[in-house]
Write a protein that binds this ligand. Structure first.
Ligand code: S3P
Length: 433
């Protein structure tokens, strides 16, 4: 039998790696060459903040073309003239707080309404322990904050949660402050910072701990070599098209050039349990990261359970997983995901409200979600809650022929995936004419 034709989708560059590549290139000694950077709102925010700190970052090109960044060295950033506006980007705010902890000047950081409602003490507390002066200028545990860094002490930090933002902020503080930092996590979070640091010549030592935990230690280098990097496609963006490929009536979706770092691809394992067979072909190392081709073909899905230990590896995929669960047979139960309450929106509340709005039975748990799958057409109006991943998850469901879903506030996808709606329409038209 002939295999039915697949639609090919190229997803934009990885958001986490783009933030880190820009920040680390700004701190390097020499000129870095970065390709495939994600030209979306969140990385633009990081670029803008770095410019305000004295590093000339060019405009991020729409086509992934090379960007050259002349690094300022580990002590070369300068005091900003104004408050640094981190927009909607938690990664910008938390990583830049870490960077600034090693500099002897004061800087204030703020963000949009969503970012100003997100917790910051998870980074400011350990940074204060290292010796940075942190002043909360508004509500406790929230932006705006003022940071004045300088002479730091080494830190051995036992992080209560698996968070790549916390881990990265502390490693960056060790880097600019010139002190040793080690961070232990209960479950290993994404490790892009560590990989890039190693590629730039720094010593980052990983120690696996029993039961999935891990600890990383940075021996502060005297300088960072410049980076030569091609950013892989973002697995978290690919996840929406993987879902479309699985839920489509026929055909499939092929996504080349996707980053398949195992600290990011937990969704694939869950999908296999649900009865799908997403294939990852030919993974190869591109620089410090593995890159592969993902193939997703339609499959009947069954419900599953996802709990604590798996969450960090699919932390940003819970919205799309909940969308898939609404089309699976049985009741999917996601727990250990309390962190989702403090993402770009309260994702547990947003998902439960939206699922119910389109006729899916969903129950919000304090730390998770129960979703009862249905075959009925899904119809109704949902809200993005200002959250790009909520908008895209319901966009995928709405693209299926039997469903009619209107997403209010759909523009928010520009945070991580400009062009998402056009790409979704193109795939839907090809797969479901
Ligand atoms: C990110 C880490 C994760 C993730 C976020 C991006 C990063 O957040 O949810 O979208 O780039 O480090 P936490 O560190 O809060 O888990």
């Amino acid at each position: 039998m002939m295999e039915e034709a697949c639609v090919e989708v190229r997803v934009p560059g990885d958001k986490s790696i783009t933030h880190r590549a820009l920040i680390l290139a700004a701190l390097a000694r020499g000129t870095s060459e970065l390709r495939g950077l994600l030209p979306a709102e969140d990385p633009n925010t990081t670029a803008r903040v770095l410019r305000a700190l004295g590093c000339a970052i060019p405009e991020l090109p729409r086509n992934g073309a090379a960007v050259r960044v002349a690094g300022r060295g580990l002590d070369g950033l300068r005091e900003p003239a104004d408050t640094l506006d981190c927009g909607n980007s938690g990664t910008t705010a938390r990583l830049v707080l870490g960077v600034l902890a090693g500099f002897p000047f004061a800087a204030s950081l703020t963000g949009d309404e969503s970012l100003r409602s997100r917790p910051m003490r998870r980074v400011t507390e350990p940074l204060a322990r290292m010796g940075a002066c942190i002043e909360e200028l508004g509500e406790p545990d929230r932006l705006p904050v003022r940071v004045r860094g300088g002479v730091l002490r080494p830190l051995d930090y036992d992080s209560p949660k698996a968070s790549a933002q916390v881990k990265s902020a502390l490693l960056l503080a060790g880097l600019t402050g010139g002190v040793r930092v080690s961070v232990a996590e209960p479950v290993r979070s994404r490790d892009h910072t560590e990989r890039l640091l190693r590629a730039m010549g720094a010593h980052v030592i990983l120690t696996q701990q029993p039961r999935g935990g891990a600890s990383v230690r940075l021996e502060p280098p005297r300088f960072l070599e410049p980076l030569e990097l091609t950013v892989p496609g973002d697995f978290s963006s690919a996840a929406f098209f993987i879902a479309l490929g699985l839920l489509a009536p026929a055909g499939g979706i092929r996504i080349p050039g996707v980053g398949v770092n195992p600290t990011r691809t937990g969704l694939l394992e869950v999908l296999r349990r649900m009865g799908a067979e997403p294939a990852v072909d030919a993974p190869r190392g591109v620089g410090s990261e593995a890159v592969g081709v993902i193939l997703a073909r339609p499959a009947p899905l069954r419900a599953t359970e996802v709990s604590d230990a798996e969450i960090p590896m699919l932390i940003d995929e819970v919205p799309v997983l909940a969308a898939l669960a609404s089309r699976a047979e049985g009741e999917t139960r996601i727990t250990g995901a309390r962190e989702l309450r403090v993402k770009e929106s309260d994702r547990l509340a947003a998902l439960a409200a939206n699922l119910r709005a389109i006729g899916v039975e969903a129950e919000e748990l304090p730390d998770g979600l129960v979703v009862r799958g249905t075959e009925r057409p899904l119809r109704g109006r949902v809200r993005s809650f200002g959250d790009h991943r909520i908008a895209m998850a319901f966009g995928v469901l709405g693209a299926l022929p039997e469903n009619e879903i209107e997403v209010e506030g759909a523009d928010v996808v520009s945070i991580s995936y400009p062009g998402f709606w056009e790409e979704l329409r193109r795939c839907a038209a090809a797969l479901m004419p």
